[in-house]
Design a protein around this ligand. Structure first.
Ligand SMILES: Cc1ncc(C[n+]2csc(CCOP(=O)(O)OP(=O)(O)O)c2C)c(N)n1
Ligand code: SF4
Length: 271
């Protein structure tokens, strides 16, 4: 029997705004299946987003949702989590949202290790506002603000998160739908700050100007370039040169922010 997504959707808000060929709808389905697999009560889940094409996602799901300001989803999510640590709190946004205007919130949430899951929808461009380059746009790629090619070095979201102190960091793609579901599910179960970078395709803003003739070719690029971690561990750096690794890339146990805060300032429950 076909999977019934409608149980988790605000069906009255559909159809969605995303362009034909955009991969955000695919990831929305992986996201729903991940949460469904955990069997959590919808009322215990909070999803906060910033501004951007992917940040429209919370509007379509039947959880407690916040569509906040550009780059500030983690700040709002932090407030919600501190006010009610029993809630399962997810912050999501694009590469622009999370690594440019919201970059400071991102690194400091990682550093604090607050128990929030951050989903970075990385399509290498500012989709919503017309294809300006973001900190993850590959060097040399075309963007409206880089008509001769992106002149700057780009961030690796996974390395950025690990370097800043996140205790669970994974990468997946929109193409690898069941893998994406698994990564989100594992991240949601982790105690501490978990980050999942989800490689996405923006055929409208990025693909057609960067030699991807069709949306399908962008999905095939993900299929071709992504290497599962277990396989990557057996490959040489030369073999991995033009690939990227998907899977859980970092996991450690560290004191969680709210618990550390409460024990430090003597606000332990019941005291
Ligand atoms: C303070 C502020 N600055 C700029 C904007 C304009 N703006 C809206 S969305 C966006 C970028 C969206 O790109 P990204 O976060 O990568 O998400 P995508 O649209 O690609 O999903 C920008 C610059 C804004 N809404 N608010
Ligand atoms: S502009 Fe790009 S990111 Fe935005 S909906 Fe269209 S394809 Fe998706």
């Amino acid at each position: 029997m076909a999977y019934d997504y409608s149980r988790y959707l605000r069906n009255e808000k559909l159809p969605h705004i995303w362009c034909p060929g955009c991969t955000y709808g695919i990831v929305l389905k992986s996201f729903i299946r991940a949460i469904d697999g955990l069997g959590w009560d919808k009322n215990d889940i909070v999803v906060a987003s910033g501004i951007g094409c992917c940040s429209r996602l919370p509007g379509y799901v039947d959880f407690n949702t916040l569509h906040t300001t550009h780059g500030r989803s983690i700040a709002f999510a932090t407030g919600v989590k501190i006010a009610n640590p029993d809630l399962k709190v997810i912050a999501l946004g694009g590469d622009g949202d999370m690594t440019a205007i919201g970059g400071n919130h991102f690194i400091h949430a990682c550093r604090r290790n607050i128990d929030i899951t951050v989903l970075v929808f990385n399509n290498n461009i500012y989709g919503m506002t017309g294809a300006q380059y973001s900190p993850t746009t590959p060097k040399g790629a075309w963007a409206t603000t880089a008509p001769y090619g992106m002149p700057e070095n780009n961030f690796d979201v996974v390395n950025l998160a690990i370097g800043a102190g996140a205790t669970f960091v994974a990468r997946t793609t929109a193409y690898h739908t069941t893998h994406c579901e698994k990564m989100i599910k594992e991240a949601l179960q982790h105690k501490g700050l978990s980050v999942v970078e989800i490689i996405n395709a923006c055929p409208t803003g990025f693909g057609r100007k960067n030699k991807f003739k069709t949306p399908t070719s962008m999905l095939l690029w993900m299929k071709d370039k992504a290497v599962q971690k277990a396989k990557a561990d057996r490959m040489s750096s030369e073999e991995l040169a033009d690939k990227f690794v998907i899977g859980v890339l970092h996991k450690e146990e560290k004191p969680e922010f709210i618990e550390s805060y409460d024990s430090t300032v003597g606000l332990k429950k019941g005291e």
